[in-house]
Structure formats: structure tokens, C-alpha cells
Ligand binder design. Sequence first.
Ligand code: TRP
Length: 451
Amino acid sequence: MENNKKSSFSGRLGYVMAVAGSAVGLGNIWRFPYLAAKYGGGTFLVTYVILALTVGFALLLSETALGRKTRKNPIQAYHQLGAKKLRFGGWLNSIIPMLIVPYYCVVGGWVCKYLYAYLTGAAHKLTQDNYFTQFISDPISPAFWLVVFALLTFIVVIKGVEKGIEKVSKVLMPLLVVMAAFIAVYGLTTPGAIEGLKYYLIPDFSRFSIMTVIAAMGQMFYSLSIGMGILFTYGSYMKKDVDMEKAITQVEIMDTLIAFLAGLMIIPAVFAFSGKGSLNAGASLMFITMPKVFDSLALGHIIGVVFFLLVLFAALTSAISLTECAVATFMEQFHFSRKKAALTSLIGILALGIPTSLGYGLLSWIQPLGMTILDFFDFITNSCMMPISALCTVLLVIKVTGFKTIHDEVASTSAFKREKAYIFSMRYICIPTLIIILLSYILSTFGFITL
Ligand code: TRP
């Protein structure tokens, strides 16, 4: 059995770095800032932090504890815990990464393209307003770059050299943080940026709507990689003597801080370099804002290269761990060899990813539920499937295993300090919020209500 081969992390630091390496990715640097820009700045930020500390913490802890207790992937964990009626929850956990990774690779491809443009001296061209639009609506280019990124990911997965990548990213990730801090500070010194800082930090509750909560909740799942099996798997690698609560708190803080910093780097810069009008740019925000910032800096083209290289690494570690999830499912559930599992994943990534990458140009006539293909995949995973799978995990704990199981697992190594908050959040915050969010978003998407 594959399980025998499961290696363990050396200790808390090993665990925290590995989980943070997979959790910190495009979600923090690309997705968080554009959502914060769009959904009310400070209002979004506060909502996000509250959700991360309550629902996010509760789910991170539940998944990790169940993973460590059962030492199984989510499908087998649900099975072993005897959750007959909830069994589809385990499958849902395992299917979500397969649906995320194709469009994740599309955005990874955009990053490759920008890195390439900086390397070939096209830095100035990238500052033109329609450069990004022209690129993503090109009939071939986005698909080409998707393939480049997917192959990079595939090579690492098939060679099983994640360890090497992990080592490199341990050095590069702190570098990314330093660089983001530097760019943020520089951005803040440009005229107009302070208005952006105020927008980002000071909540204005007149901007609050249920959409703020929906967007923040989806982002929280995405960024912390909740509801998609990955934490079960990492939990199953965690040694029995690691202080779980502390490890999780550190992951949570690190992930949130990096997202916060990315927002600090991008949102004031939007005000200073592009004007408020760009706040609604959505998925393109990072790609249209950052080149303008770099262009105004001495040696900006070099900074551009380093920036996109670091983002590429952050994206790659996440894409690898997403693909690993799919590969592990194929190996453990269907007894595929590693090679066959990796190839199946690659085919899946290309089959879904290529149409997604062309969804702004050649295939822009395909508009599921009135969205671009990328937004559609983003929507069904983050706003529908993840809340459902998170709900399954909450019910698994409340109805099947009981809080005592979680208590025993966490308290076996250290005091369970936030236990009261954990139970309160599971019982009274997770369930109502998840249900309300899910229903309101689905109803509004199908036009039954207007948010
Ligand atoms: N959290 C990652 C990010 O912020 C994306 C992600 C979602 C992920 N699910 C995952 C990464 C599962 C690894 C494994 O970019």
C-alpha cells in the first residue's frame, strides 16, 4: 500500500513550511488583491480576517486532526470514520483540486508570459492598457503558456522531486515577502497612493453587502486550501508529537499576512498609477498594475523579472501540490502507477485548461452561466463545491466523530487553547454561514434573487 511509503514531516517547522508553501500561491498574490479591490477594500479585509479566525480556523483544525488521526486521504478518512451518508463529502474533497488545477495553470501561464516579456526586454510594452486584454484574447498565446506551466508542474510531479522544489521555495518565499514589502513601501510614496491605502485599510460599512461575505468566504477556502482534501493529506503526514494548534495558527497567520501584503502592494498602486476606475478589473488587476509600478522604478525591468519569477515559484509550489492531490487520489483509489496517475492528471489539466485559457478570445462565445470559462470554474469550485465539502466536514465532526475525537487528537500533544472558540465556531458560525452563503450565491446566480 502507498500508505506505508508515506513520509512524515520532520517537525512543526517542516509541517508549517510545507503547508504554507502549498497554501501561499496565486490565491494570495493574484486573487486576494483583486477581490479586495472589487469588494470594498477595508470592508473586505475585515470580513476576511473575521472569517479566517472563525470558520477558517475551525476547518483547518478539523481537517488536519482527522487527517492525522486516520492517516488517510479524505475519501478513506470519511469511510474509516463511518460517515456513510456523508461519504460523498470525501469524494468532493478529492475532486475539487482536479477542477482547480486546470484554471490555476492558466493563470500560472499568464505569469510565465509576463516573466518571458520582462526577460526579453518588453517591459515597457506591458504598461499599455490593452496589453493584457490583447494577450488573453489571442487565439493561441494563452494556450501555449498554459501548456508551458502545466508541463513545468508535470515534470516535477512525475520525477517526484517536490522535495527539491520545497527547499528552493523555502528560500524564495521569504524573498517574495521582502520584495512585496519593498514594492508596497515604494508604492505608498507615490502621489495618490494614500487614498488607496485608506480604501484598503479603513472599512466603510456602506460598502458591505452579502457579496462581500460570499467573496471573502470563497477566498478564504481557496487561500487556506480548505475543503479540498489537501489538509487531510498533510495532516496524515504530521507526526503525532507536533503541536497541531500552534502549527495551524502559524499557517493561518502566514497565509493571511502574505495576502495582506499583496493587497498593500497592489491596491494603493492602483490608485496611484491607474486610477480608481481599475478597482473592478478583476482577474487582470495584478497584470495591469504591477508593470506600471515597475516602469516608474529605476531598474524596474530587473525588478519585474525578479517579481514574476518569485510569483512563478509561489504558483508552481501550489500547482504541484494540487496536482499531487489528484495523483494521490488516482493512485490510492484506482491503483494507478505514479506515471499513469501523473499522465492522467496532465491530460485532464490540458483538456480543461486549454478551453479555459481561450475563454477570452477564440472561445469567448462559451459563457456558462454568463461567465467566462475561468470565472465559471472559479465559481463552481470556490462558491459551490468548497462550502458543501466544508459543510460535510463540519457535519462529520458534529454528527459522527464528536468533538471529543478532535479534542483527543489535538490535546495528545499540547493544551487545546482555542477549544471553546473552536466548538463555538463549528456549531454556531460555520453551519449558518455556510448555508446562507451557499444558498444566496446559487439563487442569485440563477437569477432568483438580486444581491
Ligand atoms: N491556496 C492556494 C493559493 O492560495 C491554492 C490552492 C487551492 C491550493 N487549493 C489547493 C494549493 C490545494 C495546494 C493544494 O494559491
